[in-house]
Design a protein around this ligand. Structure first.
Ligand code: GLY
Length: 255
């Protein structure tokens, strides 16, 4: 069964890490409601949601995608690019332990899960302000024995690789190519997001549906022409924390 790990929004979200965004006031009650709606969208699509309790002292802890990456064969506990977030990992390691054998990236590696985009057996890893060459090297070392091809992609102008591109289908990637070097993705069809929706490439495909922010109508229209159904979610408060839709869950197959 498709399963999602999520975590309740921290009441300290307003003190989150920011890299490319200016700080704005965040309405925590609204952020909570938006996150619950996101979880309901997953459930509506048949995903079992395991919602972990809030970590009130860890502002970014709702963004569970960054400390944990789950493949069919193994779970990777990352070593995040900002030290302020590293304490988020332990409870996620406990949560994933019943489902997968676990490996951990080690100092001096840094790597955020938001920099890891898998499409089939290809795993693309963003070279970003959060993920360094040693993070890439250690992840490659863990995954190649399982037959994954692991390749770096230069990211510029945004936080993570998955801010710039996400898998839309088996052979298709939705991307803002102004924010990455598209050369490593050359074997895939690229669908560009409209220039005035630069942040719209972060989407979550579940079955024949795509969960994505409500604020990107032109991109929604493009995706519908691919025959996919759109589940629009309003995540305006979480977006102020430099989030998008993939950040707030880790999705994997479990019995
Ligand atoms: N606010 C999300 C992050 O910077 O990691």
């Amino acid at each position: 069964m498709l399963t999602a790990l999520t975590r309740a929004v921290s009441r300290s979200l307003g003190s989150c890490e920011l890299t490319w965004h200016a700080r704005q006031e965040i309405d925590i009650d609204l952020a909570n409601e938006q996150h619950r709606q996101y979880e309901r969208s997953l459930e509506d699509l048949g995903v079992r949601v395991i919602s972990l309790p809030e970590q009130s002292e860890m502002p970014d802890a709702v963004f569970v995608e960054d400390p944990l990456i789950v493949f069919d064969e193994v779970a990777i506990i990352t070593r995040m690019g900002v030290a302020s977030r590293r304490a988020e990992s332990e409870s996620l390691a406990e949560a994933i332990a019943p489902f997968r054998p676990m490996r951990r990236l080690r100092d001096p590696a840094t790597l955020d899960g938001g920099d890891v985009m898998r499409i089939g057996r290809d795993v693309f890893v963003g070279s970003s302000s959060r993920t360094n060459a040693e993070g890439f090297r250690q992840l490659k070392e863990e995954l190649e024995p399982f037959g994954y091809s692991v390749r770096p992609v230069t990211v510029r102008g945004c936080l993570h690789l998955k801010s710039a591109c996400c898998a839309l289908g088996n052979d298709t990637i939705l991307a803002n190519t102004a924010w990455l070097d598209p050369e490593p993705l050359r074997n895939y069809g690229i669908i560009e997001v409209p220039a005035d929706e630069p942040g719209a490439a972060n989407i979550l495909r579940i079955g024949n549906s795509v969960i994505m922010p409500a604020c990107f109508p032109q991109t929604q229209k493009k995706i519908r022409t691919e025959g996919l159904d759109i589940r629009a979610v309003d995540i305006s408060e979480l977006m102020k924390a430099e989030a998008a839709v993939t950040c707030s869950s880790v999705i994997f197959r479990a019995a």
